[in-house]
Design a protein around this ligand. Structure first.
Ligand SMILES: Nc1ncnc2c1ncn2[C@@H]1O[C@H](COP(=O)(O)OP(=O)(O)OP(=O)(O)O)[C@@H](O)[C@H]1O
Ligand SMILES: Nc1ccn([C@@H]2O[C@H](COP(=O)(O)O)[C@@H](O)[C@H]2O)c(=O)n1
Length: 676
């Protein structure tokens, strides 16, 4: 997951391969609550692991449910007749699928609870649900603004006598989650008589209600659906754990990859994108996004648990669509509209205004930043794509703490202008799809501009490694510590009993080419053994300097280094990154510091490892190493002609990092366009 301030996605050209989607958020949180309300233990397979499901799990644990995770299966032991003795404060984050159903369930369980969430949750309406529960006789108070969280459910003395002799009425035209919440909770009250729920107004998002009904049936509650207007829960209803249940992958998450297949040219040798975990028979309403994508020109095939999507009509066809049946996935259509042959209109999407953010306003604003023309109404959005490739702009997409905004705008990186897209706060995808960007990067290829590389070269102990690691971390880029490749080669040569010199150049080059070197979470593994410390000694540095002077060895490790250049970008540190390995890199830094300063830094570094070395010796060693690195015949250490010099003798690490990042920002197009 990317936890950086922003994530720059370079211009993309094609896609191909297969993706496995995470479990559905809607199904996961419904299953968790139903398992909690049942007696016995339910084994939940493929549960989504995300912010919103964690919120639900935390709440269930606080209520007294046992939750155990082992080998990808979550086991929930239901509450049975147990109730928490003391008052509980529950934090719901921004998870509507936890806040609404838990409010109803807790009101019907009895007890004292406070339910709150993040600032946006306090703006998301819940009044219609609370009204319905109050009608029944439940005691619920608002602790802030009327109609919005935080709430207090105050039924320490137990659930009051409920008015079940008449239908419970709830509005269906603001959020279908209110009805879902009642449907999941009211079986608790349907003991000696049927409970009837009556929908007031047109019921929106019926497919989500269909999911609720299907899952209730799996947990033993057979609700009668009377034309989506009345729902009857039969007397004597009891939640019964199915024992084991599988969570289908998220159909809304599939929308980004369906759109990807529709937008991106197939990568060489590939036939579009294959999506696993959800298929044509999905119980989720958002699967009907496929029909919308097909209407725009996508070619979609599939089976029970998989889909394949290929680009067909190009440009895509503009559509005018009532999106009430696919409220979440329809946001993806708004970005597909950027690639259409005219104006697309998405209608009947008023519910977007009360989601994680006001999604109509958010989408309109961010699409405009890219160069599109948009018009928004109370329940529609009209999108006209940029008229020409030149009319596209590199935008920094504000994501409003809304996972779907972040995910769907990643697809703007296929713009014909070859511009990158900046996604602000990429971590927000953790709500439903923590590894979204990693999954995307595994199946897309960059445009001709390539994957960006920042090179940081310089002499020994100038701070290259430290600065490079921090720059990479700030940008979410990969890191190539090229020195460690030479260090590992030196170690491998010693282990093989080879003296390091020209006479063994071929043998050492063979070792370098074939050694099983792996970089894993900051550790260096040689033939499966962690050699991170062994290659950091002063002797290993000298050996590295010797092997790196052998031309055969340098050639042997070129491909390995080039292989690090993967999406979304690379920071490479070494001696010849900017001069030889990545000569076209868009930013090259030559990082240096005075010899005295570098020797002192090295002394401090060794002291931290409990090694006391003389500063004069250290300085002599590093000057000898620099001299060899600078004077060897191949790829000598020198500043690339187009490198920027950074002498950090007088800088802190943070200042050096800030300078490199500032130079990188100057090379980005976002700053200019973000204001526009
Ligand atoms: N302003 C600074 N910038 C970078 N590093 C600094 C700075 N001040 C102190 N240091 C310290 O200098 C030491 C050497 O840094 P580092 O190991 O990153 O250098 P290097 O150039 O990668 O060395 P080598 O060439 O041996 O791999 C580290 O302990 C680092 O914390
Ligand atoms: N691109 C590179 C990187 C390193 N070397 C040689 O390896 C030695 C060790 O490098 P460190 O950065 O880990 O200290 C270094 O002294 C160089 O001789 C290289 O040649 N090219």
């Amino acid at each position: 997951m990317y936890s950086t301030a922003f994530l720059d996605i370079p211009a993309l050209a094609s896609a191909g391969g297969s993706v496995q989607l995470p479990g559905s958020k809607s199904i996961s949180n419904r299953v968790l609550l139903l398992a909690a309300l049942s007696s016995g233990t339910t084994a939940v397979h493929d549960l989504l692991d995300s912010d919103d499901t964690r919120v639900m799990l935390d709440a269930l644990r606080a209520l007294g449910c046992q939750v155990a995770l082992a080998e990808g299966t979550t086991r929930i032991t239901g509450l049975g007749d147990a109730r928490p003795a003391a008052a509980l404060s529950l934090f719901m984050g921004n998870a509507g699928t936890a806040m609404r159903p838990l409010t109803a369930a807790l009101a019907l369980l009895g007890g004292d609870y406070t339910l709150d969430g993040v600032a946006r949750m306090r703006e998301r309406p819940i009044g219609d649900l609370v009204d319905a529960l109050r009608q029944l006789g439940c005691h619920i108070d608002y602790l802030g603004t009327e109609g919005f969280p935080p709430l207090r459910i105050a039924q320490g003395a137990g659930v009051p006598a409920l008015a079940l002799d008449r239908p419970v009425r709830v509005r269906g035209d603001v959020s279908s989650q209110f009805l879902t919440a009642l449907l999941m909770a009211l079986p608790l009250a349907a003991k000696s008589q049927d409970v009837v729920i009556e929908v007031v107004g047109e019921l929106i998002s019926k497919p989500y209600i269909a999911i609720t009904l299907a899952l209730l049936a799996r947990f033993g509650i057979a609700v009668t659906n009377e034309n989506w207007q009345r729902f009857r829960i039969p007397a004597g209803s009891r939640y019964q754990s199915p024992g084991s249940i599988h969570v289908e992958a998220d159909a809304s998450s599939a929308s980004y990859f369906i759109a990807l297949g529709a937008i991106a040219a197939s990568a060489r040798g590939q036939k579009g994108i294959e999506i696993h975990g959800v298929g044509l028979n999905s119980i989720q309403g958002d699967i009907r996004f496929i029909e919308a994508a097909q209407a725009m020109g996508a070619q979609v095939s599939g089976g029970p648990n998989w889909l394949r999507v290929e680009r067909s009509t190009w440009p895509l066809k503009a559509i005018d669509l009532d999106c009430n049946h696919i409220p979440d996935a329809a946001m993806t259509l708004a970005v597909m509209a950027l690639y259409a042959d005219g104006t697309t209109v998405l209608r009947n999407i008023a519910s977007w205004r009360v989601k994680e953010t006001d999604r109509i306003a958010a989408m309109a604003t961010e699409l405009r930043k890219l160069g599109a023309t948009t018009e928004e109404g109370p329940d529609f959005l009209r999108i006209t794509p940029p008229a020409t490739a030149q009319a596209w702009r590199a935008a920094s997409i504000h994501t409003y703490d809304d996972h779907r905004v972040a995910m769907c705008f990643s697809l703007a990186a296929f713009n014909p202008a070859g511009l990158p897209v900046r996604i602000e706060d990429p971590r927000c995808v953790a709500k439903t799809f923590p590894d979204y960007f990693e999954t995307l990067f595994a199946v897309v290829q960059p445009a001709s501009t390539g994957v960006p590389v920042i090179c940081i070269d310089g002499p020994t102990a100038s701070g290259k490694g430290t600065v490079a690691a921090k720059v990479a971390q700030a940008l979410g880029y990969h890191l190539l510590d090229s020195g460690s490749i030479y260090r590992a080669t030196g170690l491998a040569a010693r282990q093989a009993g080879l003296a390091i010199g020209a006479e063994h150049a071929e043998a050492i080059a063979d070792l370098a080419r074939t050694m099983a070197l792996r970089f894993d979470a900051g550790r260096v593994l040689l033939a499966g053994v962690d050699v991170s410390d062994a290659i950091r000694t002063e002797q290993a540095g000298m050996d590295a300097s010797l092997v790196s002077a052998l031309p055969q060895v340098r050639t042997a490790v070129v491909a390995l280094q080039l292989g690090f250049r993967t999406l979304p970008g690379l920071v490479a540190d070494g001696r010849d990154m900017g001069t030889v390995i990545f000569p076209a890199a868009p930013l090259k830094v030559y990082l240096t510091a005075s010899a005295a300063c570098r020797a002192e830094r090295r002394r401090q570094q060794l002291l931290a490892r409990g090694i006391n070395a003389k500063i004069a010796d250290l300085r002599a060693d590093l000057e000898a190493r620099d001299a060899r690195d600078m004077n060897r015949s191949v790829a000598p250490l020198k500043s690339a002609q187009d490198a920027l010099l950074l002498d950090n003798s007088e800088l802190t690490i943070e200042q050096a990092v800030a300078q490199v990042l500032a130079w990188w920002q100057q090379r980005q197009p976002f700053a200019r366009s973000a204001a526009g």
